[in-house]
Design a protein around this ligand. Sequence first.
Ligand code: 13P
Length: 248
Amino acid sequence: MRKPFIAGNWKMFKTVKEAKAFAAEFKKLYTPSDVKVAIAAPFTQLESLVKAFKGTGIKVAAQNMHFEDEGAFTGEVSAPMLKELGVELCIIGHSERRQYFKETDASVNKKLKKALEYGIMPILCVGESLKTREAKKQNEFVEKQITADFKGLSKEDALKVTVAYEPIWAIGTGKTATPKEAQAMCAHIRKVLKKLYGEEISEEIVIQYGGSVKPANAEELLNQEDIDGALVGGASLKAQDFIEIVHF
Ligand code: 13P
C-alpha cells in the first residue's frame, strides 16, 4: 500500500527567522497520521528546521544538490553535506532548475544516483510545458524524462524515489491540472515505471501531483487512484494553508 506523501516546496522564500516561526506554528497545528510530510527549504534554513521538527516525524528536504561529493563547484552543496545536517530528502530536477539553471536529464540522473548513495530520498520532478501539451505530446515527453532520469537505477533504488508530476503550465499560475488530467498523467507515469521495473515495483512507487495545489482543490486531486500525494509550492508557505492540505 502506498502511503500518502505531502511535501512543501518553499522555493526561494523565508529567512531563518521566518522558517522558525513557521515550524513553531505548524507543529501546534499538526496531528501525526499515516500521511508522510516534508518541507523542502532553502539550504540556509535546513539546519534549524531539522532541529525544530526533531521527534515530530515531519521530514526536512533540500531543493537541489550537486552530483559530486565535493570539488571546485562554487556555490554548490553536496549530498554528504546535506546528510550531515539530518536532511532526509531532496527535490531533484524541478522544472525551475531545468529551465533557469540548465539542468538536463543527464545531470538529474547523476544527482538521483548520488542522493541514493547517501540515503537521501529523492523527489524527482517531471512535467511538460504548455507548448508540449498543446501539441498533445505530453505523454511522450514525460516518458522520455522518466526513462532518462531513472537510467541505471536498480529496482531497489527506484522504490526509494518519489515522482512528482508537475506540469510547468500549472506551476505558480493558479491554473491547476484538472483531477482527470493529473490522474491520466500519473497513471501514464506508473505505466512507464511498469515498463522499466515491472508491475510490483510500479505499484509501490509514490507519485505526487504538483502545480497550484491549495486547500480548496487538494482533496479531489488526492482522491485520484494514481495520485499518492502533492508537492505544494505557494500554499506551503503559510502553516494554516499547508496543514489543511496535510490533513486533507
Ligand atoms: P505552486 O504550488 O506554487 O504552483 O508550485 C508548485 C511547485 O512547483 C512545487 O514544487
